[in-house]
Design a protein around this ligand. Structure first.
Ligand code: ATP
Ligand code: MG
Length: 218
């Protein structure tokens, strides 16, 4: 196994919110992934590099050991299943919630009381399936890859399961949040073999991340 450490991050909020944690571990990423086309970014430590992947691909790179560790949202980890991943720290970054939302004119509580079969559009099939099964609500799930908010507006679905932070996207599309399924934040994930074989190099970084994320959360 290569002694170099590879960290998988996605562009945008996860990259930005992980930077201060890396800094706390003495690591600085030289380039801005928003400006560079490079997918492998060096750091000030020649033994540590960052790879830029799609948010939902982070667990896969770490699972197969192509990255030794990564940062992924709880939403992404629940859909992936977490196989082969050690999840030591909730970094408490990229915080939002997973919710059910419907068109403002749709009476969700009434539909549920009537035992209606609901059409639900979502990127989060696992979470949605579990949520409605636990409530005893029958649903037809429709898999989407983005812009779930459109579903109820064009008659694709009665409801959506999506991530919400301020709620402004829902409001802008005349949707209302009717159920809060769970709070979401991003977690550190570590490849199980790397944890053993690269412990010496990994451990101090994991400790610095843990300390720094507790400090900002406090
Ligand atoms: P892609 O853009 O590749 O389709 P994505 O939309 O899931 O993927 P991001 O928008 O970068 O990628 O989101 C990354 C993670 O940040 C999500 O998995 C989730 O955990 C969290 N997240 C998503 N939306 C928000 C939000 N509005 N506020 C805070 N955190 C969020
Ligand atoms: Mg997004």
């Amino acid at each position: 196994m290569d002694k170099k450490l590879t960290l998988a991050l996605s562009k945008g909020r996860i990259f930005e919110e992980t930077m201060p944690l890396l800094q706390a571990a003495g690591l600085i990423v030289a380039e801005d992934p928003e400006k560079s086309r490079k997918l492998i970014l060096p750091t000030n430590d020649p033994d540590v590099q960052v790879i830029i992947v799609r948010a939902s691909d982070v667990p896969t790179y770490v699972q197969y050991g192509a990255a030794d560790f990564g940062v992924a949202g709880k939403d992404v980890l629940l859909e992936h299943g977490g196989e082969g991943l050690y999840q030591p720290i909730d970094l408490d970054i990229a915080k939002c919630r997973m919710s059910v939302a419907v068109h403002a004119d749709f009476d969700y509580d009434y539909a549920v009381r009537q035992g209606a079969r609901l059409r639900v559009a979502t990127k989060y099939l696992q979470v949605a399936r579990q949520h409605f099964a636990a409530k005893g609500v029958h649903v037809d799930l429709i898999k989407l890859y983005g812009s779930m908010e459109l579903g109820p507006l064009v008659g694709l679905s009665d409801a959506i399961v999506d991530l919400v932070s301020t709620g402004s996207t829902l409001r802008a599309n005349n949707l209302v949040e009717v159920e809060h399924i769970m709070d979401i934040s991003s977690r550190l994930v570590v490849n199980r073999a790397a944890l053993k074989l690269k412990r010496e190099k990994l451990q101090p970084i994991l400790e610095a991340f843990s300390k720094a994320s507790k400090k900002t959360a406090a």
